[in-house]
Write a protein that binds this ligand. Structure first.
Ligand SMILES: C[S@@+](CC[C@H](N)C(=O)[O-])C[C@H]1O[C@@H](n2cnc3c(N)ncnc32)[C@H](O)[C@@H]1O
Length: 368
């Protein structure tokens, strides 16, 4: 993992020049995604992994599709490289087979379902969202609350897709979080907006000395509690149902975690949350930001840029995949020092930022 101090983020990464191939791929990017989603939802890729190679007629019978439908599906999946055609028979792409063997394909499929059922429609309101600097696409998910998370409580199917995806998205990178965080001497951790406890459970298993409180909205707290109980960790991980903006944080923590959290809110809201974290930490304690992060050059990574469309259009009024420097500013304004960053390797644009509440008392204004 590449580690560095903020303010020293190096080199401007290169971005490939636009050519006709790339332009046409962007033009029909929505269609490419629909082929991927169809191949997942209709079970094409699993079928070929388990029983392939198969002819189009054999596939048609297994998937219960009309001939025209299977020809369209196979044309697209093969042109995109999701399936491979040799002679008259189709098989699943070798990359997907190897991702499946290592357990990553299921997580990618969970991400596909999230993109299809929660993200896709709302992104059509991206222009409006930019024009009015608000999450115009949330209107596609019925409800009154101004954020997605509270609305999900009224849509059990979407809620389960969301938490399945969130678990998978965290799991694609959180072994690095577990390896990076030194919690050997920690006893108390607060996980703000901890979702279904995916990160709290991973950290608690690795650090038997810590107890974790998860602050989560009341509409999701029952999911969190169920998953903790299933993991057998109810004695060490508890849930505090509430609102991280308006409720007090439990005090005297060694660590406060914001996992996939500060991408949702404006920098001003993030600074307010980080100030609350500062107050809730013991001197010497650490705040941790674990999230997708964009580069300070403002040109990538590509997945961070693409994922920002969702954060602009759907979950809450302000948010994006922020660059490292935005977090540095919020952290310094909240009183933190010793800011350290780690770029997580892999195809997701995850990063980990830790910052410390100094053991020295803050200097009074007269000391300046
Ligand atoms: C993007 S998910 C991240 C979940 C988890 N931290 C993870 O990394 O998998 C954001 C979580 O924050 C919770 N949340 C949103 N607004 C909140 C609030 N005001 N107070 C407490 N939790 C909140 C949501 O319910 C959701 O579970």
């Amino acid at each position: 993992m590449d580690s560095f101090e903020l303010s020293s983020t190096p080199v401007t990464p290169k971005v490939g020049a636009l050519d006709m191939d790339r332009l046409s791929f962007i033009l029909f990017g929505h269609a490419a995604f629909q082929y991927l989603n169809a191949a997942c939802e209709l079970g094409l890729l699993e079928l070929l992994m388990n029983r392939g190679p198969l002819t189009s007629e054999e596939i048609r019978k297994e998937l219960l599709l009309e001939e025209r439908s299977v020809e369209i599906l196979l044309l697209g999946s093969t042109a995109l490289g999701l399936t491979v055609k040799e002679g008259r028979r189709y098989s699943t792409a070798p990359l997907i087979i190897s991702l499946s063997k290592e357990g990553a394909w299921r997580k990618i499929k969970d991400t596909v379902a999230f993109e299809q059922h929660i993200v896709y429609e709302g992104q059509a309101d991206f222009v409006d969202s930019l024009r009015h600097s608000t999450n115009a696409g949330l209107r596609r998910i019925p409800g009154d609350h101004p954020d997605l998370y509270h609305r999900l409580s009224q849509h059990p199917h979407l809620k389960s897709i969301f938490y399945q995806y969130m678990r998978s998205w965290s799991e694609l990178a959180n072994d690095h979080l577990v390896a990076e965080l030194d919690l050997a001497n920690a006893t108390r951790m607060l996980d703000c907006g901890g979702g279904d406890a995916v990160n709290a459970i991973a950290l608690a298993r690795h650090n038997p000395g810590i107890e974790v409180t998860i602050l989560e909205i009341p509409g999701s707290a029952a999911v969190t509690e169920t998953v903790i109980a299933e993991a057998g960790l109810a004695e060490r991980i508890s849930v505090q149902p509430g609102d991280m903006f308006t409720d007090q944080f439990p005090p005297e923590n060694d660590c406060v975690l914001f996992a996939h959290q500060l991408v949702i809110w404006t920098p001003e809201e993030n600074t307010a949350l980080l100030r609350k974290a500062y107050e809730a930490l013991k001197p010497g304690g650490k705040v941790v930001i674990f999230s997708s992060i964009s580069n300070d050059a403002g040109n990538g990574p590509l997945i961070a840029a693409l994922d920002s469309v969702y954060f602009a259009a759907v979950p809450a009024e302000g948010g994006m995949i922020y660059p490292w420097s935005v977090y540095e500013k919020c952290l310094r304004e909240s009183g933190f020092s010793s800011i350290q960053c780690a770029d997580v390797p892999g195809w997701t644009p995850h990063g980990i930022i830790t910052a410390t509440k100094s053991c020295e008392p803050p200097r009074s204004p007269s000391a300046f």
